[in-house]
Design a protein around this ligand. Structure first.
Ligand code: NAP
Length: 348
């Protein structure tokens, strides 16, 4: 077993980490950190647990410590669910202290020597870890996963990007409130309502997508070359982001070929049969009224993306439309980091 820790263990994503790691066959939770408000308390007393499942036994009695590498002993991998501004200062200290940091936070994502990875999409970008260690003189390292809505979108774009010539992608999201953290969106702002702005989200989708599909050569990343335009909205759903996707291709296409390529897609996690790998990673539904967050967010334990309403656009030629649902705190956050760590553990 590999000893692991969770940084920011009491938050929304932190709790998902604890839930998913609770019965993990290769990773054992031995350290939990949070802010000074929680440090010193048993995990069960420090956390306001919001998940349906009970707190895993293994975590209940662990004493939460300050988010400082000196407080975290004998741990190989730490999963970070820290707010971005805190992560920026703290994650490098954990990497310097020799730990692998698998981070959800946006802080280090755009550093040229920090890989931004979805294991099904760009596992080869993990090559940057060696360069990062050399550049920074670290014994440990930092790997990041993209923002929650980008992960779901890019998983579906990958098989299409490999097979067809994409010219433009327009995406309109309907994002769950858990994506903003426990105290993120006041109930008075969201019940009976929709908020048409999520700070920084559209920019993240527009840049991270192209980076993930980009080519890495001699340590230098060239982003994919097509346009991405995102409109992001918060809706009154607890978990599960829905995205309406519109793609313009350079050439005409058959809907059957698109469906086949989504259905048959397999990435490295599936080929290596990693513990958290969804089989299949993309589920295609035929019903007119699917996917829906309540019905589809937990597909493959929340790790698969469900796609439906695949069709040609009626008004514009060479254009495709579909709707997807992905679980934002599992596939879009904690599960994504865990899959990154499983891949690193397996191949590096
Ligand atoms: P959250 O619910 O607000 O939790 C924040 C966590 O960080 C808590 O454990 C909190 O501990 C801890 N923390 C706060 N201030 C700290 C400090 N000064 N020092 C050390 N720890 C501190 O946030 P979240 O939704 O889990 O998000 C965590 C990260 O994941 C963010 O960077 C977010 O952007 C990213 N992310 C979230 C989602 C999502 O769907 N929610 C998806 C992708 C990425 P206390 O309980 O002690 O305050």
């Amino acid at each position: 077993m590999v000893n692991v820790g969770v940084l920011g263990a009491t938050g929304m994503v932190g709790q998902r980490f604890i839930e998913l790691l609770g019965d993990h066959p290769d990773f054992e939770i031995t350290a939990l950190t949070a802010s000074k408000r929680s440090a010193g308390k048993r995990y069960e007393d420090a956390v306001t647990w919001y998940l349906d499942s009970p707190i895993p036994e293994v975590a209940r009695d662990i004493k939460v410590v300050d988010t400082d590498p000196a407080e975290v002993k004998d741990v190989e991998i730490v999963f970070s669910a820290l707010p971005a501004d805190i992560a920026l200062n703290v994650e490098p200290k954990f990497a310097e202290a020799g730990m692998t940091v698998a981070s959800n936070a946006a802080a280090m994502r755009m550093e040229p020597d920090v890989p931004l990875v979805i294991p099904e999409v760009n596992p080869e970008h993990l090559e940057l870890l060696e360069i990062q260690q050399k550049n920074r003189g670290w014994e440990g390292s930092i790997v990041t996963n993209p923002n929650c809505s980008t992960i779901a979108l890019t998983m579906t774009l990958k098989p299409l990007y490999d097979e067809f010539d994409i010219e433009r992608v327009y995406v309109s999201t309907m994002q769950a409130v858990s994506g903003a953290g426990y105290d993120g969106v006041p109930s008075m702002a969201i019940v009976d309502n929709l908020v048409p702005f999520i700070g920084g989200e559209e920019e993240k989708m527009e840049t991270e997508t192209l980076e993930l599909l980009g080519d890495l050569e001699d340590g230098v990343l060239t982003p994919a070359n097509f346009g991405v335009s995102a409109s992001c909205h918060r809706v009154a759903v607890v978990d599960g982001h829905t995205e309406a996707v519109f793609i313009e291709f350079a050439d005409d296409f058959e809907v059957d070929d698109v469906e086949k390529s989504l259905r048959e897609f397999q990435g490295m996690p599936q080929k290596l049969d990693l513990y958290s790998a969804p089989q299949p990673p993309i589920i295609v539904r035929e019903e007119d009224n699917r996917p829906q967050p309540r019905m589809d967010r937990n597909a493959e334990k929340g790790m698969a993306v469900t796609v439906g309403r695949i069709r040609k656009d009626a008004a514009f030629d060479k254009s495709l439309r579909y709707v997807l649902v992905g679980h934002n705190t599992i596939r879009g956050a904690a599960g994504a980091s865990i899959l990154n760590a499983e891949l690193i553990n397996e191949i590096m």
